[in-house]
Design a protein. Structure first.
Length: 421
């Protein structure tokens, strides 16, 4: 009987390997960036399981890069050392005392624990921070937040050298400033920036949340290195239209290091969107749709207003439950079947002040519509510098939008495209 069971085990194993072979061949030599965070970081069994998966990826010819977080461990150490934190708009202010603790925890305890777990499972891992070999140069994200940085320049040479040596990089999200500062970087942002610089085949964000699910309970979406997110869904003729937009933080760091951004040709973001969303559509077995397709043009606004996740605001701009007035679409994918996001509430209905109504310096955006000529005339004046540099004052006034991590650099890009000066 034992011999028969062993034979069955070998047959089952052979069948599994046979089914896996096409995928192993497809991803041999691929680069995959994995953001590791959540409760798994504090669970020994989950850590070991994660490490085994990373080692297996390396063994089958994939180049894994691990970027980790460590917020709970930072909080514990700050409390233990008696370092008090200030908060601005729900975000921690990282002062000089705090950034020292952040670097100590992320580059030390957390990073080395992950490295050791991978090594214990038979891999060869090396711990790094963004400060090593000028891997990650950052600009200050917001002076009000202190030493919090956004990656702007990445040198992936050290990672490529590690790939050649079949060594797994484990990166703590700490970056260098141009004047020798140390910056704390959001883990998702760091992972996205590394993936974009490496032109990675995949960016995997490990989280405690399963993801967006359809009515069948299946996870529908996947995150790519380009940081696209599902904003809304609408059913039409037996199919579902998935409205896709930028995912922040991370979108701008990826787009601004893309070939389309650097080649100097017209419409870089539209071309980037067609490449990225086109690949997603192919992977999902759907049809890619873009606002620029036409004439006739796809009815993106009608789709959005019929989704139950996006509404018309008091100044006629579209408003999203999480993006606020920064709502924008990079494209859509039509897929067969019926999928739906959880119901959301229109944020304008609970916004007592509705500051968007009075935010425009020249009343170009009102409930009656958009006076484009007045807007552009104002942008031509010295008083329009703030809008040119920071983005539309009306969009910035939205309380929900203020919690959406859209960078000023992205707003400047869009304003220059809207009204070149």
């Amino acid at each position: 009987m034992r011999k028969q069971n062993m034979t069955r085990d070998w047959i089952a194993t052979a069948r599994t390997l046979n089914e896996a072979l096409p995928y192993l061949q497809r991803y041999e030599g691929a680069t995959v960036v994995i953001k590791f965070g959540g409760n798994a970081m504090g669970n020994q069994e989950a850590m070991a399981s994660f490490a085994r998966d990373i080692v297996l990826m390396r063994q089958v010819g994939i180049n894994p890069v691990v970027v980790h977080g460590g917020g709970p461990m930072i909080n514990q150490m700050l409390e233990r050392l008696g370092v008090e934190s200030d908060w601005v708009n729900g975000k921690r202010v990282t002062d000089e005392a705090t950034v020292e603790v952040v670097e100590m925890v992320l580059a030390g305890r957390v990073n080395k624990r992950i490295v050791q777990a991978i090594n214990d499972e038979g891999g060869r891992a090396v711990g790094l921070t963004g400060k090593d070999a000028n891997l990650m140069i950052c600009d200050q994200t917001d002076p009000a937040l202190g030493f919090v940085g956004t990656p702007t320049e990445l040198d992936t040479g050290v990672l490529e050298n590690l790939f050649e040596a079949e060594i797994i990089p484990v990166i703590a999200p700490i970056g260098s400033g141009r004047n020798g500062e140390t910056f704390n970087v959001n883990g998702d942002t760091a992972a996205g920036a590394v993936a974009g610089a490496l032109k990675a085949d995949r960016l995997l964000l490990l989280t405690d949340v399963a993801g967006v699910k359809g009515e069948t309970g299946d996870v529908l979406t996947e995150l790519t290195a380009q940081q696209i997110q599902l904003l809304a869904t609408v059913q039409e003729d037996g199919s579902t239209i998935l409205l896709l937009g930028p995912r922040e933080p991370g979108f701008w760091a990826n787009f601004s290091t893309s070939p389309e951004y650097a080649d100097g040709l017209p419409d870089p973001m539209d071309r980037w969107s067609k490449r990225v969303i086109g690949a997603l559509a192919q992977r999902w077995g759907g049809e890619a749709l873009f606002p620029s397709d036409g004439p006739p043009y796809p009815p993106f606004i009608a789709w959005a207003l019929g989704s139950g996740q996006i509404w018309s605001s008091p100044v006629t701009l579209l408003v999203h439950a999480h993006q606020g007035l920064w709502t924008s679409f990079r494209g859509a994918v039509r897929v067969p079947g019926s999928y739906a996001l959880p119901e959301a509430e229109n944020p304008c209905e609970s916004c007592a002040g509705q500051s968007c109504r009075s935010a425009c310096p020249v009343n170009a955006l009102t409930a009656e519509g958009y006076d484009v000529a007045a807007c552009k005339a104002f942008l031509d004046q010295p008083e329009g510098q703030d809008c040119r540099d920071q983005g539309c004052a009306v969009r910035r006034a939205c309380p929900v939008g203020q919690g959406y991590d859209r960078l000023a650099e992205q707003s400047r890009f869009h304003m220059r495209a809207f009204h070149p000066t």
